[in-house]
Design a protein around this ligand. Structure first.
Ligand code: PA5
Length: 446
């Protein structure tokens, strides 16, 4: 099981202070359970893992099998919560050199609709030219510009390359049951489609078809992923004693640190494959917490890589940070350092050791150095990088986020701030219906 270690926060906030939050955390978790917290129409994620049925997973797997059979590449079109969970899990489980050593069994999983880079889209569509490719179009609102733009290009190309009939087999929509252009298009074209439940927001949706379908298409075991999340849901159930509930302890510790003046949480990993777990986590926490002038700023680093860049800042910059490390106890493979007769690099003292032993000592040495430098350290350890442990980690972070937002007193489940850029962009592009905004913005730019 996932292990949470908060002992290295002790020099900064005492265990007493953290434990002092136990009753508040319990009360907050009860409001999630009873559905009396702000944003209570978005609590579908809370018991999502244990509500997933084998029939539902079988249906996802059947769709994934079709895409795996018919396609050499599958493009996941989506942004924010509509792609980060899938990207994070797929990257964490894939070979680091997947794109070089494709086994021919799994289609390449590509992502689009998460930026408006013309070169990106040009290069993607060029890569797909004359390839058998499919598209998973993911948008809860069904109207997100970045995703809709990419989907329009991809749909056209797919139909031109393989014909409308085959395109119908390899384009899948994951969207709202009734609303939005993605729903209208899926129904009109007769695409296989999945519903994103009304009560599950984008950033909490990785265990819906939003994450499960792309992960299954990539060839990973979604049953194990869900089982890990289910076990974590049970382990952290409302009413669990504080000290046995890692999500509650994590939320309380973050809150104690935030209240003590630590305003930035840096999520660190020591496995390059976890880079996108950091991206997913930043979205989950940043978009949920950053409201009403409050919220920890979520940052992430890949270590030891970033010890040679951000390491300086973490060690000795402004002391407003704390660090949360995801540590993977056992790597999948074993690689020993060889001995070298000449020992020109002076590394013979490592001969016969596993690479991971060096990594673990780097991790421990960094933790000690950062604590000495004034950076409280939280450690989250998982046994290994597999579907089951990622499932645990996902639910742990989701619940920790739900609890902490309520400790802060913000609605975890909306994102009103995201609208500001869209309004300006539409006004600048002259979108019909935005005439007044266009006028106002043009006056501002004069
Ligand atoms: O977490 C969220 O709700 C957002 O990040 C959304 O996932 C993101 O904006 C994409 O929205 P949609 O799925 O409606 O295209």
């Amino acid at each position: 099981m996932l292990k949470l270690d908060i002992t290295k926060t002790a020099p900064f906030v005492s265990a007493e202070t953290i434990n002092g939050y136990a009753s508040r955390v319990a009360a907050v978790q009860k409001t999630l359970e009873l559905g009396t917290c702000p944003g209570n129409d978005f609590l579908g994620w809370l018991h999502l893992p244990t509500s997933i049925t084998p029939e539902f997973l079988a249906d996802i797997k059947a769709t994934a099998a079709t895409l795996r059979k018919e396609c050499d590449a599958v493009v996941v079109a989506g942004i924010g919560g509509s792609y980060l969970g899938a990207k994070a899990v797929i990257e964490a489980l894939s070979s680091s050199f997947e794109w070089l050593a494709r086994d021919g069994k799994s289609p390449a999983i590509l992502f689009a609709g998460n930026n408006i880079g013309e070169d990106y889209l040009y290069e993607l569509t060029s890569y797909l030219r004359n390839k058998r490719f499919g598209v998973i179009n993911i948008s809860k609102s069904g109207t997100t510009t970045e995703t809709a733009l990419a989907f329009r290009l991809l749909k056209k190309q797919c139909e031109e390359q393989c014909g409308k009939e085959v395109a119908k087999k390899v384009i899948v929509a994951i969207t709202d049951a009734k609303r939005g252009a993605a729903r209208t298009c899926a129904d009109k074209e007769g695409y296989k489609s999945y519903i994103i439940p009304d009560n599950v927001g984008g950033r909490f949706s990785v265990l819906t078809p939003v994450g499960l379908l792309p992960i299954a298409v990539a060839g990973f075991d979604i049953e194990q992923l869900v089982r890990g999340a289910q076990d974590m849901e049970r382990q952290t159930a409302e009413g669990t004693p504080f000290e046995n509930n890692p999500a509650a302890v994590y939320a309380a510790t973050r809150h104690a640190l935030y209240t003590s003046g630590k305003k930035i949480e840096i999520l660190a990993n020591y496995q390059p494959k976890l880079h996108y777990i950091g991206e997913w986590w930043k979205q989950l926490y940043g978009e949920s917490e950053g409201k009403d002038g409050k919220g920890l700023f979520p940052a992430s680093v890949d270590l030891t890589t970033d010890l040679h860049s951000m390491g300086q800042w973490i060690q000795a910059g402004e002391r407003t940070i704390f660090e949360t490390v995801i540590s993977v106890e056992a790597p999948k493979y074993s690689l020993l350092f060889p001995s070298d007769e000449e020992n020109l690099d002076g590394l013979n003292f490592l001969a016969g050791k596993r690479v991971d032993e060096v990594n673990k000592m780097a991790e421990l040495g960094t933790q000690l150095a950062h604590v000495d430098g004034g950076v409280p350290n939280i450690r989250i350890a998982i046994d290994c990088l597999d579907e089951y442990h990622l499932g645990q980690l996902i639910y742990f972070f989701e619940l920790g986020c739900g609890i902490h937002c309520n400790l802060l007193g913000v609605n975890a489940f909306n994102q009103p701030g995201v609208e500001a850029y869209k309004k300006n962009m539409f006004a600048l592009l002259g979108k019909p219906g935005y005439e007044k905004e266009t006028e106002a913005i043009q006056a501002r730019l004069k």
